[in-house]
Design a protein around this ligand. Structure first.
Ligand SMILES: Nc1ncnc2c1ncn2[C@@H]1O[C@H](COP(=O)(O)OP(=O)(O)OP(=O)(O)O)[C@@H](O)[C@H]1O
Length: 490
């Protein structure tokens, strides 16, 4: 199952629809870059083709494109390195052919960086850049004055219905879909201005209908609310992509929660390639949620929901029957979702790794699920105390592993007892208090595909996308690893 918005991403500027004059301005900016050497800010709403236009431009100019994310603290180093290399190849190549187009995504989010000097650093960079740079932003006025003044500006407007319909028609033709004109028109209308979303809807619809008719396009809001278990039945077992998507809108849960629920329950019914495909969609959804967190722009939520509901439903290959015991997301599915939990997760993994001599990756993927299962809700208590003592865990860590509340007496008492037992052990000079430690050696890391890619996947969500596809694959692989880790222990 290929995501159509990727499959039909424009590769040349002439394929970028709507925004003709913005497109021309961009081309002209690039062609005259040698004369003015200014960076350009391309801004507009989500899904209108800004990123596509930047990459298409690079392609048209015969330039390589380097994608950076502004909230990545390594951005400066990366640009300097890349720009340095590019400058060299430019001299050797003796022309503009060796240029790199630096595409900086989420450039309106620099102030969200932990590094407060981020905006200033980017402004300096923009001024000093030896390569053409495109800064992509949703909100131009969220950017600092200094940065705006240092750049040119090109606005991408919402893509009009008149431009959306031909794109949808073209996709239908290439996918061999029969449609009523009125259906495409209704789709365009419904997704006012957002071409990405219109293509997503089209893909979801096409999963279900041989012929697209106007009646298939549900435009109004429905006022029913659906329970989460019905929703899981729809997505995992019963409904196609489109209906699952509507079901998602009817559930009273945030996309983050929907993702956790589906992620935890889909392996109960899916297997093999369909499970891998489903994880692929969940990884995509997680990336969009990462973007929501980074930008606070909730219009990305719909893309996450598209992936969770329509994507996972579309990944289903075999019909599913019977009844499945679906359950609420475990602590495990929340691992690494936010910076806070990521830090907690990594602290625990590091302690385990130090104590046991295994890698962080093994600790995280193999040992932690095991410990979580063994000490679920802090039971048995002695084991939980021993674990807290052996790995120097504080309340938040114990809460994280066991799934119990951090502020509960139970967790606080366990940590207090662990402290006491550590003090006692120190007096007696005896180490290795935790019996469960032996189990670490029993875990065969190679079986779960421990690739030692720890550093790589510890970075922030999707911050440095050099090669989107490779990135998705490795995330995918990681999810598979995680799953095989889980299977071994539960
Ligand atoms: N103007 C357009 N012409 C053709 N396809 C488009 C256009 N805008 C969006 N699309 C489709 O939507 C997808 C997403 O577009 P793109 O990533 O360029 O949007 P964007 O404006 O950069 O959005 P965001 O701000 O969310 O990054 C593309 O892969 C393409 O399939």
């Amino acid at each position: 199952m290929v995501d159509w918005t990727e499959k039909y991403r424009p590769t040349t500027l002439s394929e970028v629809r709507g925004n003709d004059s913005a497109r021309d301005d961009l081309k002209q900016w690039a062609e005259t870059w040698d004369d003015h050497r200014e960076a350009v800010i391309v801004h507009g709403s989500p899904g209108v083709g800004k990123t596509s236009a930047a990459h298409a431009l690079a392609n048209d100019m015969g330039w390589d494109a380097i994608e950076l994310n502004a909230s990545d603290t390594r951005t400066k180093d990366v640009i300097e390195r890349v720009a340095g290399e590019a400058a060299k190849s430019g001299t050797l190549g003796g022309g503009t052919g060796g240029r790199k187009l630096v595409v900086m995504d989420e450039a309106d989010n620099i102030h969200g960086n932990a590094d407060r000097g981020g905006a200033r650093a980017v402004t300096r960079l923009v001024k000093e850049a030896t390569q053409p740079m495109v800064l992509i932003a949703n909100d131009y006025y969220d950017m600092s004055n200094a940065l705006r003044n240092a750049c040119r500006e090109i606005e991408f407007r919402d893509v009009g219905k008149r431009s959306i319909v031909p794109v949808l028609r073209d996709v239908c033709r290439r996918e061999g879909i029969t449609y009523e004109d009125a259906a495409l028109s209704a789709l365009a209308q419904k997704n006012a201005g957002d071409l990405r979303s219109a293509i997503n809807d089209l893909q979801a619809l096409a999963e279900e209908h041989e012929v697209l008719t106007e009646d298939d396009i549900v435009t109004g809001e429905r006022d029913t609310t659906e329970g989460i278990f019905d929703f899981l039945d729809d997505v995992i077992k019963e409904k196609g992509a489109e209906e699952s998507l509507y079901a998602a809108y009817d559930v009273d849960e945030t996309p983050d929660d929907l993702l956790n629920w589906v992620e935890d329950n889909v392996p109960k019914d899916y297997s093999g390639a369909e499970l891998a495909d489903a994880y692929g969609f969940l990884v995509n959804a997680d990336k969009w949620l990462g973007r929501v967190r980074a930008t606070q722009d909730y219009s990305y939520w719909r893309y996450a929901t598209d992936n969770v509901a329509a994507g996972v439903a579309a990944a289903r290959r075999e019909p599913k029957g019977g009844w499945t015991r679906y359950g609420p997301p475990s602590y495990w599915s929340k691992l690494g979702r936010t910076k806070g939990t990521r830090n907690t997760r990594d602290y625990v993994a590091r302690k385990i790794a130090e104590q046991s001599g295994c890698s962080m990756a093994t600790a995280r993927r193999e040992v932690m699920p095991f410990l979580a299962a063994m000490t679920h809700h802090c039971k048995p208590r002695e084991l939980t105390v021993a674990m807290a003592a052996a790995y120097d865990l504080e309340e938040e860590h114990v809460a994280f592993v066991t799934g119990s509340g951090k502020d509960t007496n139970k967790v606080q008492d366990i940590v207090a007892d662990a402290e006491a037992s550590k003090a006692e052990a120190a007096v007696e000079h005896s180490g290795g208090a935790f019996a469960g430690q032996a189990s670490v050696e029993d875990v065969d890391a190679s079986e779960s595909g421990d690739t030692g890619e720890d550093e790589g996947d510890d970075t922030d969500e999707d911050v440095f996308v050099d090669d989107e596809e490779a990135d998705t694959k490795s995330d995918d692989a990681e999810d598979d690893d995680m799953q095989s880790g889980l299977d071994e222990f539960f």
